[in-house]
Design a protein around this ligand. Structure first.
Ligand code: SAM
Length: 287
């Protein structure tokens, strides 16, 4: 099968199957061989790897993955793409296509059955409308992962990478940085896709930590604190946490924990580092 990274080959397949793009599925197919090469190289895909691809589309990146990996599992929600994928990937015996919503797939089972529970690599040009739930599900469900290398909206890639004191810093930054080391490896303009998205894109690699960089007694509680403090960004951290109402902590206890950490009672959540959120969470959990 011809390389679908070349625009003329993608157009031929789309016409052959009279394919209609579905906006609701975030369908923007890659048509740039340099970007595809860059993604495969950044993900470090090799012959020993079991790779999960989310949203293979017509199979453009899947072809590259199949050439480089030991085994590829490609999960595609749009059933009209399945006959196309069976055609474009027919020569690869190491690809399994799964017609399902990625948020409903038991990825732990795939890793268990197909990779002996060893860490898999996730590589994808993600549907932008569900980037955050996809990434958070992978981390929170404790999927055995080596890395996640994905194309996302540029602004979302920035949010994953930044630290305190910037407008992009928030709950997503802290969650990603608790589980993984983020690195933006390429910025990708709209003309590398068909159809062109209205936003800039970036490829980001999240290399999973074997042990998180901070010690937390109760992860769920720390993330509840983080969410509560960014839900009310303009309020002080103390008021944000008290107003959340569901954390079961007293105002005085928060102020006293902040004092122990040498932080002013007027500090805002957006000023705290991951280490400080972990510290605060541990102090409040020990009361
Ligand atoms: N990988 C292809 C490429 O790079 O050309 C297509 C990428 S396109 C941005 C996103 C793909 O994800 C589409 O094929 C879309 O149908 C699929 N998709 C959208 N929502 C999905 C979901 N919940 N589960 C699985 N696939 C999904």
């Amino acid at each position: 099968m011809a390389n679908l990274g070349i625009p003329a080959n993608t157009i031929e397949i789309l016409q052959k199957y009279k394919f209609n793009f579905q906006k609701k599925f975030g369908q923007n197919f890659l048509i740039d061989t340099h970007v595809l090469d860059k993604i495969i190289a950044s993900a470090g895909v090799g012959k020993e790897d079991c790779v999960l691809e989310i949203g293979p589309g017509i199979g453009t990146m899947t072809q590259y993955l199949a050439e480089n990996a030991r085994e590829v599992f490609a999960v595609e929600i749009d059933k009209t793409l399945i006959p196309i994928l069976e055609d474009t990937l027919s020569e690869y015996e190491n690809v399994t296509i799964i017609n399902q919503d990625i948020l409903k797939v038991d990825i732990n089972r795939i890793a268990e059955e197909k990779n002996h529970g060893q860490p898999i690599k996730v590589v994808a040009n993600l549907p932008y409308y569900i980037t955050t739930p996809i990434i958070m599900n992978l981390f929170e469900n404790q999927v055995p992962l080596e890395s996640i290398t994905v194309m996302v909206q540029k602004e979302v890639a920035d949010r994953m990478q930044v630290g305190p004191g910037t407008k992009d810093y928030g709950a997503l930054s802290l969650a990603v940085q608790y589980y993984a080391k983020p690195e933006i490896v390429a910025n990708v303009p709209p003309n590398c896709f068909m159809p062109r998205p209205n936003v800039g894109s970036a490829v980001i690699r999240l290399t999973k930590y074997e042990i998180p960089p901070v010690k937390v007694i109760d992860e769920k509680f720390m993330f509840a604190l983080i969410r509560a403090s960014f839900n009310q960004r303009r309020k002080t951290l103390v008021n944000g946490l008290v107003n959340a109402g569901n954390l079961g902590i007293e105002k005085e206890d928060i102020i006293s924990a902040l004092e122990k950490m040498e932080l002013p009672a007027t500090v805002r959540g957006e000023a705290l580092t991951l280490e400080q959120f972990a510290g605060l969470s541990n102090l409040l959990r020990c009361i």
